[in-house]
Ligand binder design. Structure first.
Ligand code: UN1
Length: 515
């Protein structure tokens, strides 16, 4: 369609129905299975992409190893200068890349562009970090000795990313991994190959302009086989995986069994808790964005809503009012608020959630069905849903399962302690949000008896985190931390170096070992 070709040609992606190479290791290639990029809005095939064959993956890993050996010798601030150039190149294509995210993934344009901005932001962070990845000097107990803790480049970092953030999650990893001196190899979701090709072209242009090997930032598109082979490979020092708990559990085991490092970003099942003193004019729109934004397909989407009994009716009626204003449609159109679900398969996830609610006699306040009138019937459009399950048991499947669809489960509570207990009773621990103006509630919420999630917000919704703080979750979310904060410390190998400048060689702890 002309809609698609406008977006693709702005990024120099051919629109004729040729098959695009989906592998980059310094050269573009691809002779594995063909992946189809399908537009979730129209159902049309946007492109066919030739993914990596097993041999091409091996070659890409060999080249990544060679690239690492060269790259690790470049001083960190110089590596930072490359990340700065990458930042500029990405910012110059922000709107075009954002549009491609909307076209291929299905999120609305402002969120697509926001995702590219997230990559730009983390590049800025990594540029600064490249002059601040400091080790430490530790006092030795032995005279004339000193101890250094030195961060050295780690090796090859594999990034396996999910469809829902087809640009930003790679960005969080690549920027930090590059500043840290690693070679990074990317296996994106098989359903968003075009985003990964467009991003890799930009990264490759920066590397090539600087006379550096492209394999510093390799790309291997592919399905399950390529993902498994990459995760199993002993030559990959760290696997950064974003995706489901089910797959993350396998990835974790495989990488652990070969003593590799993992960074896991798995499911979220995030709750917002609304206290009686909350400012509803802020809380209602925040829950609306959290549950309907990205059509409920963020790891950080608001899935559970706990309302204090005294404000529940008013909150729900105002929230339903906002749900009534949802404009579903082409995510590229500026007035659209709701795009499609990413895949046909996701329609099944949505409808089984609705069926389960109905079977359990839940009250469905709004939504509960697909948009089946033209032209929305061509895409994967579903009505965002608010439901009140009969059961309050937080371990019941309805409350305890992450479903990647815009379905919000609501319940009433009487005491904050009860709501915190429900918040913490699920397996996942990514994001959480409390709405209150009472400082005592805040103290409970962020302290030892508070939320056990990785993200613990106050008067801020569950989704839309900035890159400055390390992003990630606890428990079955996998405990990984990415982007800001101290996350960079995982992308290096730490060398503890005890140096002896003296004329004696004493043993630590006063041990004597005289012959
Ligand atoms: C994800 O859903 O995988 O906090 C990442 C947010 C975004 C990132 C979400 N900054 O919602």
């Amino acid at each position: 369609s002309s809609r698609a070709s406008t977006v693709l040609s702005a990024l120099d992606i051919p629109t004729t129905p040729t098959e695009l190479p989906g592998v980059y290791d310094g050269q573009w290639k691809g002779s594995g299975d063909v992946l189809e990029s399908i537009c979730p809005t129209t159902g049309e095939v946007l492109a066919r992409v030739k993914s990596a064959s097993p041999e091409e993956l091996s070659v890409a890993l060999e080249k990544a190893r060679e690239a690492y050996k060269e790259f690790r010798l470049i001083p960190a601030p110089r590596r930072g200068e490359l990340v700065r150039q990458l930042r500029e190149a990405l910012a110059a294509k922000r709107d075009e890349l954002g549009a491609l995210v909307s076209l291929e993934m299905g999120k609305i344009k402002t969120e697509g562009v926001g995702e590219v901005q997230e990559f730009v932001d983390i590049c800025d962070y990594a540029v600064g970090l490249s002059r601040m990845m400091n080790g430490r000097v530790v006092s030795s107990e032995r005279p004339g000795h000193t101890i250094l803790e030195v961060p050295n480049p780690l090796g090859i970092v594999a990034v396996l990313s999910a469809f829902n953030f087809p640009v930003a999650v790679y960005g969080w990893n690549l920027s930090i991994s590059m500043a840290a001196g690693n070679a990074t190899i990317w296996k994106p979701s098989p359903s968003t190959p075009l985003c990964s090709i467009a991003v890799t072209k930009i990264v490759a242009s920066v590397l090539e302009k600087n006379g550096l090997p492209g394999a510093i930032a390799g790309l291997v598109t592919g399905g399950k086989d390529i993902g498994e082979a990459l995760v199993e490979d002993r030559d990959v020092e760290m696997v950064s995986f974003t995706g489901s708990e089910a797959v993350g559990r396998k990835v974790g085991k495989v990488v652990q069994s070969r003593f590799g490092k993992t960074l896991l970003e798995l499911g979220g099942n995030n709750a917002s808790i609304i206290m009686p003193d909350a400012d509803l004019s802020l809380a209602v729109p925040a829950v609306f964005f959290g549950s309907v934004g990205t059509a409920g397909q963020r790891c950080t989407s608001t899935r559970r809503l706990y309302l204090h009994r005294s404000i529940a009716p008013e909150f729900l009626s105002r929230l339903q009012g906002l749900y009534g204003t949802i404009r579903a449609g082409d995510p590229l159109a500026t007035d659209t608020l709701l795009g499609p679900l990413h895949t046909r398969g996701a329609l099944g996830i949505y409808s089984s959630a609705i069926d389960q609610l109905k079977a359990a006699d839940a009250e469905i306040l709004t939504g509960g069905s697909r948009y089946d009138e033209a032209p929305l019937d061509q895409g994967n459009f579903v009505r965002p849903t608010i439901a009140i399950p009969k059961t309050l048991d937080p371990t019941h499947e309805m409350w305890a399962t992450e479903r990647f669809a815009p379905v919000l489960y609501a319940a009433e509570f009487d005491e904050l302690e009860q709501a915190i207990e429900w918040n913490n009773a699920v397996p996942q621990g990514l994001s959480s949000s409390l709405w209150t103006r009472d400082l005592r509630n805040v103290g409970k919420w962020i302290g030892p008896a508070g939320s056990d999630a990785g993200i613990v917000n106050v008067n801020v919704g569950t989704s839309g985190a900035e890159i400055g703080a390390a992003f990630g979750g606890n428990k079955s979310t996998g405990w990984g931390r990415e982007s800001g904060g101290d996350a960079w410390k995982q992308y290096v190998r730490w060398s503890a170096c005890t140096l002896n400048f003296s004329d004696e060689a004493p043993l630590a702890q006063g041990v004597s070992f005289d012959a």
